[in-house]
Design a protein around this ligand. Sequence first.
Ligand code: NDP
Length: 792
Amino acid sequence: MATVAEIFKTMEYGPAPESDKEALAWIAKHEGTFGHYIGGAWTRPAKTFDAINPATSKVLARLADGTTDDVDAAVAAARKALPAWKALSPHARARHLYAIARGVQKHSRLLAVLESMDNGKSIRETRDIDVPLVARHFYHHAGWAQLLDTEFAGYEAIGVVGQIIPWNFPLLMLAWKIAPALAGGNTVVLKPAEFTPLTAMAFAEIVHEAGLPPGVVNLVNGHGETGAAIVDHPDVDKIAFTGSTEVGRIIRKATAGSGKKLSLELGGKSPFIVYDDADLDSVVEGVVDAIWFNQGQVCCAGSRLLVQEGVAERLVAKLRARMEKLRLGSPLDKAVDMGAIVAPVQLERIRELVQQGMDEGATMWQPSWSCPTEGCFYPPTLFTDVQPASILAQVEIFGPVLVTMTFRTPEESVALANNTPYGLAASVWTESINLALDIAPKIKAGVVWVNSTNLFDAAAGFGGYRESGFGREGGREGMWEYVKRAPRPASRAKPPAARPTPAPRPAADALPPIDRTPKLFIAGKQARPDGAYTRRIVSPGGVQLGEAPEGNRKDIRNAVEAAHAAKGWGRATGHNRAQILYYIAENLSVRADEFASRINAMTGCGAKASRQEVEASISRLFTYGAWADKYDGAVHSVPIRGVAIAMNEPIGVIGIACDDRYPLLGMLSLVAPAVAMGNTTIVIPSQPHPLAATDFYGVLETSDLPAGVINIVTGDKDALAKVLAEHDDVEAVWYFGARDGVKAVELASASNMKRTWATWDDRDWLDRDAGEGREFLRAATHIKNIWVPYGE
Ligand code: NDP
């Protein structure tokens, strides 16, 4: 018999298995077969597929394989349930969400065991992380339901929401999707991942027991084709997807021009950055949580360990020692650190990528112990000697594989961290708060954890940018994904139509005008267009008012380059940016008469309306001058000792294709918020009436605006907008125009998954409620959540 002293030394302990009895009994109660949950009832399955326990390779249950008819039925049920659900009082919806949260808590043990069996993740994680967070999400969002009409005044439910989730956090992803959707008054059709449908089935029972009205939540099982049927369904108003960037891109293209709102939470290759003053023992535990949590099958896994050169060797030695002690085995064993990989296909993918990494010359290290031979297991794996361009450093492996690279200076660490098409999350480890808070904003990621990793909470938004997708889940920022602007009262819904009145013809004896063809405005200068072509600009009566250059692909390229060079604008203070916006307004007001007559000549809207447009433009510039130093972030109330700082950051370079009807106001209503928030812009002004924009160069030139912050390219709006949407160095595109143009922009944006705000809605730019405000500021910013735990 071992003595206490010996046990203390070896730290040996036996298995501590959680019973699967309750979960198996629950499956047996359903005779091992599940239909879809549609309109508050279970369907009778026809064709089925198997849910398999990846730790044992045993079949757990059979599930109906959703057809397009099933999806049609689910969407019809959601549509039918929508009016009544939407009309419920916020308080009544809050009670429903509260009841779901309670139900999750009551069944937490069943859910945790079922999740472990279906997915292969350890019971310690499902019991202590996944399921408590699921309950927390429903509680938190019961709160948003309660506060909806005051905190989201002027907004309403989007409608029927289609949601598609992956297998790595099956129940948690379901909660992240369903809770905010219901809180916003939407109804839902959700497809669980084919590998992990069982906890969703248990959830259906919970909502049923909780008395949720039939059709508010519908669950359709199936494969990718079932997901695609939801995406393509014409009666779905929004798609929310979590999964691979590859499928995210397919969905972006499939929904282009459909008017469906879209949020995408995609892959990542997140950096875990260690500076030489970091507490290395804490770092080691951080790494365990970053990449071996859930077997590394985590979109925000800290899969790239970037270490400052001086401590790299020491850290790698400590890591290897820790890896030797990690326990891998039955997911239901409460004493394991790592469970099984979700499925053989995923295991094979990990093996292939590891092999490719070794073929590329990287050094692979695994602990000396071996994995169970039955089931899908893969050991924790560490790579050193990795080149930044290698497949291991670039591709999301989605397995327990850590790649290590070194850097010398903080500047180099940022460059290395950002050397990825993704932008989901990052961890920063240093004892210097100055360094941590200097680095965090420089990393292109939606979430940054300081001296911590993989912290999540319902009150803080989660989500990325670039090829990690767009939109946030959690917190106030996540709720915006599930509401839309309510229609305006009829009297203000439509802008007064511009009434064409012929402009006076020049008197017969007047001198011919001097040819004055404006140029483009790029990098603070009036620049000759690449091509020699111009476009005749005529009044509604057919009189030629001037010519505007026909910008082309090359001009856009130059403008993008100039916008990039001006990115220091994002670091200017809000006060500074405000001063310049006010100065632009001041200079515009000096020339108000001239702009009014130009607008009148181009649109024929009349002297009064054109004057009104100029006055509204000046006011709009003041609005965003006012906002420049007032659009604050937030400190989220998360359950850690520390703060989660939600910072509004400029998106970067934004391409803006303006509404045609209001030559000046339509442009400034978009450019001013973008610039106020620190973005730089390439603007395509009104195609038929571009001369107000070309006249505006003079205003910009006299207003101290740094070169490259606003670049203006006139010409064929849709063609130029498409070039902007395709451009890899443009981070977002706004397009106000025709439906075909919206479609082209959304399709082209899939190249680098840039954020788009593309609409064919009529907007009354003269109406301050519709034409300015927080909606524009939200579009002009990313929210980065920086988690800073504190205390010794
Ligand atoms: P997918 O992106 O393929 O799957 C996610 C969800 O989308 C699943 O429910 C899937 O159904 C569904 N789906 C698949 N194709 C379509 C389609 N054309 N239209 C609509 N829905 C569709 O991820 P996988 O599960 O195949 O994993 C592949 C790789 O993706 C992983 O190796 C990993 O690198 C990455 N991944 C990233 C995740 C993240 O959170 N960032 C999560 C999961 C995976 P079905 O289950 O039948 O495939």
